[in-house]
Design a protein around this ligand. Structure first.
Ligand code: ADP
Ligand code: MG
Length: 405
């Protein structure tokens, strides 16, 4: 379905579910990270781009204090109702937010978390609203459907209630706050930032320590960016992620006992080599990834600026090896997809992308090799992992969250 059809379809379902009305329609994209993985909570650099795939919302203010949520992706658009006076949406002044108040594992925790994060910043909703979502990102595949849902909800709130002080960057920060404190996923800022700030044809070179960023045009002469979805999601996603983050925090603490260090992302590879002996395993390997990945990301963007896609691809490959061996967030299915990609002439680079433990790979593939890439890897994957099927997306960098009408 193209954009127009999705919007029409969403409007029709909105009317069926909530009755007549003229809802606003909004969009926030998913993202793919080209390089700079697990650096965003270590004060390092990342290099994601927004996708043209994402999440759409049709939304309309109500007169009373009821909120109604529905998603065409969940149980056929079944409505979940709550009230602005619901304890789950109330601030309780406790540091760290209200993870425990969030109902168990329900998709509405994402939009509820955003409402809660807005309230925490003083943006309190005077009335409720009706909202219907639809997303075309494969959920749970590491392309950040959750961040797009959060950023989108923030956009809906800003636009419906006229919270003029909320900038695009704030949509990212409020979305991250919701995911960290309300949903309980201790993610960095990358996903929400890419969803809020994306730009057509460009990736975003972001320093997560300062939030300084610049757009880098993806001049891909003769190359395509291909995402391969392994369609596996291992149990470890949230716990493994939070666990890696903790290891990096303890590594930083241990290093700080010996030298002043702002973040792992502030260390050069040479500085790290001098101090790494103070770290036990697995902290040493985890920190090594954070430091070397940050250096690779900076070099990769320099290479892209020079038009050196070969070097960019090599750095992507090194990134994968580091995530596989030092950070240990890959899995057999993903390693297989990357190994197969590396065998194909015309592939400049291939790596795991996203939080890990399944999800997707991202590859730079020559125009002429895209068909072979799909066919060969698709067949080999199906043969190696019974019952598994890979999906392929040739992607373009898309715009950040915006109002459609
Ligand atoms: P990822 O962000 O990599 O796609 P997550 O596990 O972080 O994976 O987030 C996926 C979850 O986000 C889904 O299980 C669901 O709860 C929620 N979600 C994402 N998109 C939608 C949608 N369109 N409608 C309802 N819930 C959604
Ligand atoms: Mg997510």
């Amino acid at each position: 379905m193209d954009d127009m059809m999705i919007v029409e379809n969403l409007g029709r379902h909105f009317k069926e579910i909530y009755g007549d009305g003229n809802p606003g329609v909004f969009f926030a994209p998913g993202r793919v990270n080209l390089i700079g993985e697990h650096t965003d909570y270590n004060g390092g650099h990342v290099f994601p781009c927004a996708l043209t795939l994402g999440t759409y919302a049709a939304a309309r203010k109500r007169e009373d204090r009821t909120i109604r949520f529905a998603s065409l992706n969940i149980r056929g658009g079944e409505v979940t109702e709550c009230s602005l006076d619901d304890p789950a949406l109330m601030l309780d002044g406790s540091e760290g937010g209200s993870t425990l108040k969030a109902g168990a594992d329900d998709w509405t925790n994402y939009p509820k978390g955003v409402i809660w994060a807005f309230a925490e910043k003083g943006f309190v909703l005077p009335t409720g609203f009706d909202v219907l979502y639809y997303g075309n990102i494969p959920a749970g595949s590491g392309l950040s459907s959750s961040a797009s849902l959060e950023v989108l909800t923030g956009l809906v709130l800003r636009e419906l209630y006229g919270f003029a002080g909320v900038r695009q960057e704030d949509l990212a920060l409020l979305g991250q706050r919701a995911e960290n404190a309300y949903v309980g996923m201790n993610c960095g800022i990358m996903d929400q930032f890419a969803s809020a700030m994306g730009k057509e044809g460009s990736a975003i070179f972001l320093d997560t320590n300062t939030l300084n960023y610049r757009y880098a045009p993806l001049a891909m002469s003769g190359m395509k960016i291909v995402i391969t979805n392994s369609n596996v999601k291992h149990q470890l996603v949230t716990s493994g992620y939070n666990d890696r983050r903790k290891s990096c925090e303890s590594a930083l603490e241990l290093i700080r006992a010996h030298r002043e260090t702002e973040s792992l992302g502030s260390l050069t590879c040479e500085e790290f080599a001098e101090i790494s002996h103070v770290l036990p395993e697995p902290e040493r390997s985890r920190a090594k990834h954070a430091v070397t990945e940050n250096a690779r990301t900076i070099r990769a963007v320099e290479a892209l600026d020079r038009g050196d896609l070969v070097e960019f691809g090599k750095l992507m490959n090194e990134s994968h090896i580091s995530l596989r061996d030092d950070y240990e967030v890959s899995c057999p299915e993903i390693d297989f997809l990357v190994d197969e990609a590396w065998k194909i002439p015309g592939v400049l680079g291939s790596r795991i992308t996203g939080g890990g433990f399944g999800g997707c790979t991202v590859s730079i593939v020559g125009d002429d090799a895209v068909d072979e890439f799909r066919n060969r890897i698709g067949a080999a994957y199906g043969a190696a992992f019974e019952g598994q099927k890979a999906d392929f997306y040739v992607i373009e960098a898309g715009a950040g969250a915006h109002r459609i009408r």
